[in-house]
Design a protein around this ligand. Structure first.
Ligand code: C2O
Ligand code: CU
Length: 467
């Protein structure tokens, strides 16, 4: 049975102590017969995002009535346990739900026409899967994605491991911007000239749908901070001011050895799990900052409360690794994947929202959009074999390139030293070539795209087929 919890419970318990199974809040099941999966829906709401006025026509996910906090709930489940939800579309346009970073059955992957039909307004779709990996993941639509994520549809999904170390507190941070005008209402979601470069930035920056919130945390305690960059465009250079922290996981996957946080670059779609050691004195404010912009921004803050727990970062054990097949590099088949710009042309109309342009391509082919008759796969892979994705960025912009359904292991880069991390997203810099090893262990058609959503929606998308 899925465990769905409300994020306000997460906030309330952040100081009270570590999460336990006893603290989960059951989803509202009153309208469902026993045995039916828990409900999750997409709906239109209002939200206070800029601290000035209510924004109308926000899109959000909910598991019950929306209270004071309309942000999509942080869903929680366990590794190896079945997660099931009946998704209901209360928007006035089609949508789907994609479970980003989860290696699950292709039929549950939520990509219109590639893995499932649209979920039309008023319709529902039952998603059920058993996550093989524990970690910090997320869920978002894969239809009219720039508008739907841009207006709010992006929630965090935490897969717990029963053997996870217990920390003194835990917090999940959903980082993103909004394109709002001075009247707090949505403005045009993108500018074509920016979509052809690094993407269109938001005007209001938030963490958990609030401008720079502050959370109370136990003095001298160890706090697990799960960070998601859900923004459609923005890369973050995250730094902590006022406390020490360790990186314990990247993109949901535990790092083989924990490392001190200096500055971490986190791009759209990526996650970063930190363990922060709070200061011993009460009332000290620790700031999580984004130092990428010329004027650094405080993303969120933590304030120490209570008598010091006197913990030490030296006590943080590495998280248990997730199961992963070891790539057979000696027998790997190379697959060239060139990320480029393309001659500007109008894109096909799609019920999943076309931006009306194509600016980008993979192997010279701009993706035609969500159509019942998409192009051929970028590559066909044989089940069980190892492939080396030789991804080359011949554009002057960085692209957080993301694959569904499988993870890759970073093997080498032409321009920098890389760690052999297992991940689902790699930020490829201008003029970089990277080798990503994939064990083709999950059959199906899996999309491969840039997670700067304007790039994804204007051509930088394709898919691989595992048979
Ligand atoms: Cu975050 Cu195609 O996904
Ligand atoms: Cu891109």
């Amino acid at each position: 049975m899925a465990i769905l919890t409300r994020r306000n419970l997460l906030k309330a318990s952040a100081v009270a102590g570590a999460y336990g199974a006893g603290m989960v809040l059951a989803p509202r099941l009153s309208a469902l017969a026993a045995g039916d999966p828990a409900l999750l829906d997409a709906r239109i709401a209002e939200a206070m995002l800029d601290g000035k006025g209510k924004t109308r026509n926000v899109m959000t996910y909910a598991t019950g009535p929306i209270g004071a906090d309309p942000m999509p709930p942080v869903l929680r489940t366990r590794r190896g346990e079945k997660f099931a939800t009946r998704f209901v579309n209360h928007l006035d346009e089609p949508t789907t739900v994609h479970w980003h970073g989860l290696r699950i059955d292709n039929a549950m992957d939520g990509v219109p026409f590639v893995t499932q039909p649209y979920v039309y307004p008023g319709d529902s779709f039952d998603y059920a899967f058993t996550p093989p990996d524990a970690g910090t993941f997320w869920y978002h639509p894969h239809c009219n994605t720039l508008t739907q994520i841009g207006r709010g549809l992006a929630g965090m999904l935490i897969v717990e491991d029963p053997k996870d170390p217990v920390f003194d507190a835990e917090i999940a941070l959903n980082l993103r911007d909004w394109r709002l005008g001075g009247d707090s209402q949505f403005i045009e979601q993108f500018k074509a000239r920016d979509a052809a470069k690094s993407g269109t930035f938001g005007t209001v920056r938030t963490a958990n749908w609030q401008p720079s919130p502050t959370y109370d945390m136990p003095s001298g305690g160890l706090v697990r901070v799960r960070i998601l960059v859900a923004d459609v465009t923005r890369l973050y250079n995250l730094k902590l001011a006022g406390a020490e922290a360790l990186i314990v996981a990247i993109d949901g996957q535990p790092v083989p050895v924990t490392m001190p946080l200096d500055v971490a670059v986190v791009s759209p779609g990526q996650r970063l799990d930190l363990v922060v050691r709070m200061p011993d004195s009460e009332g000290v404010v620790v700031a999580l900052e984004d130092i990428r912009p010329s004027t650094p921004k405080t993303v969120a803050s933590f304030r120490s409360v209570g008598a010091s727990l006197r913990r030490s970062l030296g006590d943080v054990p590495p998280l248990a690794a997730n199961p992963a097949a070891e790539p057979d590099l000696a027998n790997a088949t190379p697959i060239p994947l060139v990320l480029s710009a393309t001659a500007e042309e109008a894109a096909k109309d799609s019920i999943c929202g076309s931006l009306g342009y194509s600016f980008w391509a993979i192997n010279k082919v701009p993706y035609p959009g969500d159509t019942p008759d998409p192009m051929a796969p970028l590559a066909e892979m044989k089940l069980g074999r190892t492939y080396l994705l030789n991804v080359e960025n011949v554009t002057p912009h960085a692209h957080p390139i993301h694959i569904h359904g499988v993870n890759f292991k970073v093997v080498s880069s032409s321009t920098r030293k890389v760690m052999p991390l297992v991940s689902d997203t790699y930020l490829i810099l201008p003029d970089e070539k990277v080798q990503l090893a994939v064990v083709a262990d999950n059959p199906g058609d899996w999309v491969f795209h840039c997670h700067i959503i304007e790039h994804q929606k204007t051509g930088m998308t394709g898919y691989v087929r595992i048979v």
